[in-house]
Design a protein around this ligand. Sequence first.
Ligand SMILES: NC(=O)c1ccc[n+]([C@@H]2O[C@H](COP(=O)([O-])OP(=O)(O)OC[C@H]3O[C@@H](n4cnc5c(N)ncnc54)[C@H](O)[C@@H]3O)[C@@H](O)[C@H]2O)c1
Length: 379
Amino acid sequence: MTIKNVTVLGSGIMGHGIAQIVSMSGYNVILRDIDQKLLDKAMNNIKWSLDKLVSKNKLTRQKCEEIYNRIKPTINLVDATKKCDLIIEAVPEIMTLKKIVYTELEKTAGVNVIFASNTSTLPITEISEITKRPDKVIGIHFFNPPQLMKLVEIIPGQKIDVAIVETVKNFVHSLNKDPIVCRKDVPGFIVNRLFIPMIHEACHVKERHKNSLLEIDSAVKFKFGFPMGIFELADFTGLDVIHKATVEMQSRDKNIINKNHQIEDLFQQNKLGRKTGKGFYQYDHEKYTRINLAEELAEKCDAIQIIANIINNVAWLISNNVSDIDEIEKAAKLGLGIKIPIFETARKYGLQNIINILNEMYKKYGDTYKPDKLLYELV
Ligand SMILES: NC(=O)c1ccc[n+]([C@@H]2O[C@H](COP(=O)([O-])OP(=O)(O)OC[C@H]3O[C@@H](n4cnc5c(N)ncnc54)[C@H](O)[C@@H]3O)[C@@H](O)[C@H]2O)c1
């Protein structure tokens, strides 16, 4: 199947960026939202982003205009779906809303149209079952901001037609992105399976070992090759996003995360991170500043529990045939920016040592930490 015409539903943080990159690769794009003012704002954002590429000589003025003009904004769902091959849905992460949207789509879109959700945590199989075409419903999970992030997770639902997976993979390649296929529709897919539990683990380390935010963040940055500290990354992502992902992932499997209260506390106090000026850290609203991390601080925290948790989740993904080591390393590098391969860190600290640490935590804090069987096999 050839994809030429793409409809993006939702013109918010993700939708407008997705519409931009899809148009940049030559596809005709319709961008649909429910309010004209939101669409106007989205088109302004796209223009701003394209102008920036022109000013950096990465795009000619003529190309910029062609890309912009290929995106047609509309609030009319029938117009948006009557002539498309693929619909990428990026409406808010609320299952009841997504269900309404897919029920509407089923009535207006042609029977061969592929439905793709940009959901970060909701089960694709459950979404697909709302439709009469579960064989054509798939997850295409772009990361924020889609214009810059190379990684895209592809998540086939249980009833997917394998030919659709190939079509979508080719489509993602054509956007100049690097796709990884999450072979099973598991909570958190691949990146969030590592990322969300890791933030809770960092909160536990802060409480159990009385390390400061700066010490933990410095340790993960300087010892394990993280691009920034975990708390800094959490603030960047948004405590609302992390809290909601936690709730969603735990509703499908309680043991995935050993939940720490600090994330929900910040969420309840509307301390959502950078966007509200306060999260784990305090921020200056006017200018983008990075948190000052230092190698001397890194020495005060071993942070091995955080790494042990990540390694255990990597092992779980492999032994459950969700992914393989190469794809997971790619996900960690491109999705989380971790510069040192996770298994290199695992070998450096010793797999037996990692198992011992996990077993200690398993005894004290429960099933989340039970070492995966693959770790024993590797030892
Ligand atoms: N924000 C992130 O960092 C991020 C990253 C990856 C994936 N995601 C996922 O992408 C999706 C969208 O997230 P977002 O952050 O862009 O949300 P957002 O709130 O910024 O934007 C959602 C947009 O959808 C519109 N909308 C609501 N109902 C609609 C409908 N029926 N039809 C068309 N548009 C409708 C809203 O008006 C809004 O403009 C979610 O599933 C989210 O989990 C978000």
